[in-house]
Design a protein around this ligand. Sequence first.
Ligand code: ADP
Ligand code: ASP
Ligand code: MG
Length: 817
Amino acid sequence: MKVMKFGGTSVGSVESILNLKRIVEAEPKPVIVVVSALGGITDRLLATSRLALAGDESWRQEFNAIKQRHFDMVDALFAPGPQRQQLVATITPFFTELESIYYGVFLIHDLSPKTEAAIVSYGERLSSHIVAMLIGGGVRKNSRDFIRTVKKQGKDMLDAELTYKLVRDAFATLGSQQIAVVPGFIARDRDSLETTNLGRGGSDYTAAIIAAALDADVLEIWTDVDGFMTADPRVIKTAYTINELSYVEAMELCNFGAKVVYPPTIYPVCVKNIPIKVKNTFNPQHPGTLIKQKIENDHRMIKGISSIKGTTLITVTGLSMVGVIGVNRRIFSTLAENGISVFMVSQASSENSTSIGVRDEDANRAVEVLNMEFSKEIVTGAMFPMHAESGLATIAIVGENMKHTPGIAGKLFGTLGRSGISVIACAQGASETNISFVVDARLLRKSLNVLHDSFFLSEYKVLNLFICGIGTVGGNLIEQINSQYKQLKETRQLKLKVVGIASSKKAIFNRDGIDLRTYKELMANAEPSNVQRLKEEIISMNIFNSVFVDCTASADVAAIYQDFLDHNISVVTANKIAASGPYDAYHKLKKTALQRGIKFLFETNVGAGLPIIGTINDLLNSGDKILRIEAVLSGTLNFIFNTISAEVPFSETVRLAKEKGYAEPDPRIDLCGKDVIRKLVILTREAGYKVEQDDVEKHLFMPDSFFEGSLDDFWKNLPQLDADFEARRKVLESEHKRWRFVAKMEKQDDDMGFKTTVSLETVDQHHPFYGLEGSNNIVLLTTERYKEYPMLIQGYGAGASVTAAGVFANIMSIANI
Ligand code: ADP
Ligand code: ASP
Ligand code: MG
């Protein structure tokens, strides 16, 4: 025989109740059906009683709404006729009684637990009558006749022995063709016979008790999801159904907040080895989850993750605790005597501090009773007063296969650490089926997501991107991501999710991913934003595996990298300001990324998409030493000196470079050598030398006066230089030489000494820089290993699409695939 329990959502709507009817009627008889109150009714009954207690007249409206909901349900389920009449006749007096009770509460401003239990019982009483009438062959059984509780420390606990006997008696007469319908949750006190209940969510427990007492073949919990899932599906969008769980695993997950099954439910059926099935009323074809004693063919280490919000950690500390026998006994018996349940304990082996996780609502009382228990020790100073920290959440990862498997805790804490989540307390029992730990409640969602991603979603890795700057580079990058998304997902199991896009004035955010096909329209209609807001928003979104991508040239944006890295958000940037700015700030960014196990990448700062910085890093990491860097690093200047001719004067080449998009928005940054100096500084630093921009010696080709006025003045005055350039160019041409603007770093003989210069040089046909075409870049690296024949890297060194591709490559390296 089966016991089937249908939860609130399964009796919440006409559609769901009709599903229930179909499911139940298709079962071989006899069968026992346990029902909850109509979805949401228990909460509403309680809320209404609080209104009445507060003397708020609106309790009446609320009461009428509850009543109306039930009558509407009856009207929708039953055509006019004797069945409907009979049902209305049965339930109408319930509402008369309930209204009188509320009125009493309203008048005398008193709501005792007893009255509250009476009020809340109407939910299941009503729903069970409706369902019993609807189901063909349904007979209603009154659970208050056989579920009995007893008061222990002010709580109603099941009297199992008496209940089991009464259940057996009550169902002894159940005919082989019958379907018994039983209200869940509600009970009676064994002594006073007053109405009580089994606690919120208790209908599951009612069903388990009946199943155990009658040695049922199976207990089915019918709800609104496809079974027990790897995590709470309301928080983790990618949670999926677990096919099979052991009783122990299910118990651990339920105890830590997996609401799908009420925790006490497991024990009675586990003792009798009765399997539990969790099924979906809205999708009965889905096999759901089977919970049983032993799981043979599932070798996954971790089965599920669950969590409890509202955790307070109470720490009992004191020097007298070390080695003293009995402190723990006193802590736990004090808490137990006061009906306070402890769901996590952590004690360091030094024994001078024990941390206890309790629910927020029990925290004050727990502190009070423990302070009382240890008052003598506190007075003498041997122990400190209890310390309570609230605003926390507890998370548990659960799986029986963790037993004797090394590395799970390492993976767990490593994953959290990389996401900047610090663990406040943790515990793992010797049974090794559960590791639980406490974090700041504000980090709960992020913690659950990173853990779920790391333990369950090896199928896909998700990288969450914030893209700042939607000019030529940013725009190109977004297009590249959009066109690569599907391919990366299918072939690399990588989901590149853009969760934020910002321009200098506006920003859009979407945790679930922005539609990149329509981002321009979204941006056009977006809220105004600025750098400060952008920073706050990104940090407060607190998304796991996230990367801030800077495609601007803004100093303000560069100034917020440190905040991102401090919050474990990696930074990928095409903006050179941070890496070439003050050395200490650059060094701090690098160090933070290293310490936190995240990335600060800026490959495109030098040579756009060319692998220059990465190559220098690889050489250094493998023990090589960079002795000399010689490079043409300005696409703009190279373009200018390659284009200048008898027909195209100097000023015209500058204009062309700007037009073709090689130059910085303000070309003076290129012409004054600043851009090259920045790049040289970055390469020199990456090669292991401490350098500032001011240390670089410059030999420029334009008088300083050209850089002093406005941009308009600059363009106006530029042709003044043409004649002189043409004269010099002619000489150069006759000598078969070319101009190159060369950046150089040379290590000096002493150990740390080095020299950095940028200068316009002339090179002859034999020099490797001679043939460098267009806006290309070239880098010659002389190292201890590449001494006689330096390493040479050459290619496109400017342009939006190669830069965007370089940024993309940096992002991909973070995905680490
Ligand atoms: P019922 O009214 O059927 O008793 P509950 O609301 O008590 O339903 O429990 C089902 C809900 O539990 C689901 O809708 C889901 O949102 C939530 N839930 C939390 N954790 C889990 C989990 N690990 N697996 C499935 N559901 C979960
Ligand atoms: N109706 C009760 C509650 O909402 C019992 C249950 O649904 O299991 O808590
Ligand atoms: Mg429930």
